[in-house]
Design a protein around this ligand. Sequence first.
Ligand code: SF4
Length: 431
Amino acid sequence: MTTDGERAVAVVWAYRRTGKFAFHVLTGALESDRATREVPLEFANGVDAVVAAIAAHRAAGRRVLVGWSFYSPDFLLMAAELAAVRARVVDAEVVHVAGGVHATAEPLQTLQRGFDLVAVGEGERLVVELVSAALRGASLAEVPGIASLAPDGAVRKNGRAERIALDDWPPFGPRHDRFGPIEITRGCIYACRFCQTPFFAGAVFRHRSVANVREWVRYLVGRGFKDLRFLTPTSLSYGATGPDPDLDAVEALLAGVREDIGPERRLWFGTFPSEVRPEHVTPASMQLLQRYVSNRAIIVGGQSGSDAVLRHSRRGHDAEVVERAVALAVEHGFKPHVDFLFGMPGEGASEVEATLAMMDRLVERGAKVHGHTFMPLPGTPFRRATARTITPAVRQRLRNLASRGMLYGQWEQQERTARELEATRAGDRTR
Ligand code: SF4
C-alpha cells in the first residue's frame, strides 16, 4: 500500500554464493529501518532468476532496484551477467546498482560496464537511504554515496557513504532467514599493500561491543544454531586500537559467548572466515583460545618466507615470527593453516625459494599451507603491480605439496584472475 507521492518499490539481489554474506548484511539493514522494512526483497541466483524476479515485480507495478555486490575477481563475470539481464529486460523502471569494494574502487569502470549507479563505501546506511529515496520518488543519483555517469561520460560522485558503527546495525537479515558470521571488527590498522580491507573499511578498528555480539549470539541460539562464527580481519585484535592484542577484551568476548552457548554448541574463532596474525600467536593467546574455542585449526597469515617481500608489502612482521607462530600453535594443540600469497611484487628466484623452503619446514612441523596467488586489486597500493609468473618448476613443487594434502586453496584460479585484472586494467587505459 502506498500513499501520495510514494512509489511501490522492490529490491532484487543478484545473489550468489561468493559474497552472499554482504547481501545478508544489507538485508538486515533494510529490515531494521521502518521506512524500508516492508519493501519486497528477492534473492535471485543467476540471470534467469534475476529476469524472472524483475518481471514479477514489474507486473505488480513496482519499480525495481537490482542490487549487485561483488569482489574484484568476479567483476567481469558480474558485468557479463548484467549484460545478459539487460539483453532481456529493457525498462527504465529497473535500476541496476553495484556496490562493494570493487565498485567503490573503480566507479567509472563499473558504470561503463553498464551499471546505472554505484554505491560507494559501506552499504548499510546507503542501501536504506537509496531505497527510501526510491520510495519517495526522489532522484537516486542525488543520494549521498551514489555515483553515476554524467552526460559527458565522466563519473559524477556524490561523496562516500559514512562509515557505520557495527552496534547500530544487525549482522545479517533474520526476518528473511539470512544468516552469516557475526562481524565483530571492521577496518584494519595494518596497511598490507595487497589488501583491499583498509581501503574500503578504513585503517582503524571498529569493534562490535561484547553486549551486542552476545545479544545476536543468544538470538542465533534461540533459532537453533549450533555453530557460532565471527568475521574480523584479525581475530586477536578484537577490542584493540593498535597492534598489541587486548587479550582481556578477547576473553570478555569468548567467555561471554561461551556462557551464552553452553558447552555443547561450537564456537569458532581464529579460523575460517577469519584469521590470526602470526605475531599475535603467543602462549597467552593460545591458552586463551584453548579455554573457549571449539576449533582445533587456526588460520595464520604468513604470506611469504622472504623478509624482503614481507617488508615490501608492509605486512608488519618478518618470516621468523611465522615459524614461531606455527611452533607455538602446534605446542598448544592447534593445527596451523598458514596463508601464503604466491607471485607477490618484489619476488625474485631467491625470495620464491625462501618461501618454498619455509613452507616445507612448516609442513614438517604439522602445518598446512593455504595457497593464494597475488592479484593486483583495485584500491590497493599494489593495484598497478603485475603478478609474478609462477615458473613450471615452482608450480610442480606446489602441486606436489597439494597432492600430499599439505596445500590447498584457489591459487591456480587466482593466477588466471590476476591476468584478467591486469588485462581489464590495460583495456581501461586504452579506452
Ligand atoms: S591482509 Fe589482513 S592484516 Fe593486512 S591489511 Fe588486510 S586485513 Fe589487515
